[in-house]
Design a protein around this ligand. Structure first.
Ligand code: SF4
Length: 325
């Protein structure tokens, strides 16, 4: 059984002309790290938040979001609370915004075990020390206030907090965006190690393809609320099959790339008040033809590579032509 299994997820919000998420299928296996990649506004954060049913007011959903077999979208509120405090943990973008600066780190780390799981204070502190050690911090951090820690140390505290409930799944939403480059690399490497050590699945949400390539086993690329390409990280980044994935890669800095300006993706993603017919990427796509404006492509397996999928009418003809321009 997959740790996370999202099938046909559609999310409607008030005052929008189209679903914000439109038929998202996504899985995370046991001990698997999956990256969800896309520009801002593509729907990747709402996809990860739907796993905790943390949705905006007025949101209406279709489809299913199963965590270890249980459908989050229909579960009663008592079970949802337990899911949020133990089965699934979330690491947010800015650790300083997610922690109360007036309380010591120890109180923050042990709170859910003491109050929700009714664990005695001493046992909760012992677990906190074990997890601080696992993320490379010492026990004296327990008595420290958040303002005395660097951004990188604080994100390590947030990762320790995420592990306190022994989760099956961690959702990491742009967890390195607020950090300097060195701390980014440390946090990414730490998340990889912890996945092995604690056996959690990890859904890593990012706009940064370099980070996605560094950490993930598999990748989903999202555009306008839809998955447009998916597959094993190495194969997908080596030879993208969707023009949007290729354009994202071409706009990502690489050390081995020729000198000069990076290729920007012309145009802008469709707004939520725009109805979509056809392929949502068509107005920005150099390979668009008449059929692209008329009919939305389905996400279909790539011929000869069953682990990969792409939603492009011309995927076959574009094999080997898109990417790394
Ligand atoms: Fe481009 Fe057409 Fe493929 Fe969409 S379906 S990505 S517009 S070629």
């Amino acid at each position: 059984m997959n740790t996370l299994d999202i099938q046909g997820l559609r999310l409607h919000l008030p005052n929008t002309a189209r679903p914000v998420l439109d038929g998202v299928d996504l899985t995370v296996g046991v001990r698997e790290t999956v990256a969800l990649v896309g520009e801002s506004g593509s729907g990747k954060t709402l996809t990860s938040r739907s796993v905790l049913r943390l949705l905006p007011p007025g949101a209406r959903t279709e489809g299913s979001v199963r965590v270890v077999g249980d459908d989050v979208l229909t579960m009663p509120s008592g079970r949802l609370r337990a899911l949020r405090t133990s089965t699934v943990a979330m690491i947010f973008q800015d650790p300083r915004a997610a922690i109360n600066p007036m309380r010591r780190v120890g109180d923050f780390l042990t709170e859910s075990l003491r109050l929700t799981a009714k664990m005695p204070q001493r046992a909760a502190e012992e677990r906190a020390v074990t997890l601080l050690d696992a993320v490379g911090l010492t026990a004296d951090v327990l008595r420290t206030y958040p303002g005395h820690l660097s951004g990188g140390m604080l994100q390590r505290v947030m990762i320790a907090a995420a592990l306190m409930g022994d989760p099956a799944l961690i959702l990491a939403d742009e967890p390195t965006t607020a950090l300097d480059v060195t701390s980014q690399a440390e946090v990414v490497s730490l998340l990889g190690d912890l996945r092995e050590r604690f056996g959690t699945g990890l859904l890593f949400v990012t706009h940064d393809l370099g980070l996605a390539a560094a950490i993930s086993d598999r990748v989903y690329v999202m555009y306008a609320g839809r998955i447009v390409e998916t597959g094993p990280a190495e194969a997908l980044f080596a030879a993208p099959r969707h023009p949007y994935t290729a354009a994202l890669l071409d706009s990502t800095p690489r050390l081995d790339a020729p000198q000069g300006r990076l290729a920007a993706i012309e145009g802008r993603p469709p707004g939520l008040r725009e109805e979509l017919t056809g392929c949502p990427f068509a107005p920005r796509c150099a390979y668009a033809t008449e059929v692209c404006a008329e009919r939305a492509p389905a996400l279909l397996p790539v011929a000869g590579e069953p682990a990969r999928g792409t939603s492009c009418h011309h995927s076959e003809q574009l094999a080997g032509k898109v990417g790394h321009g």
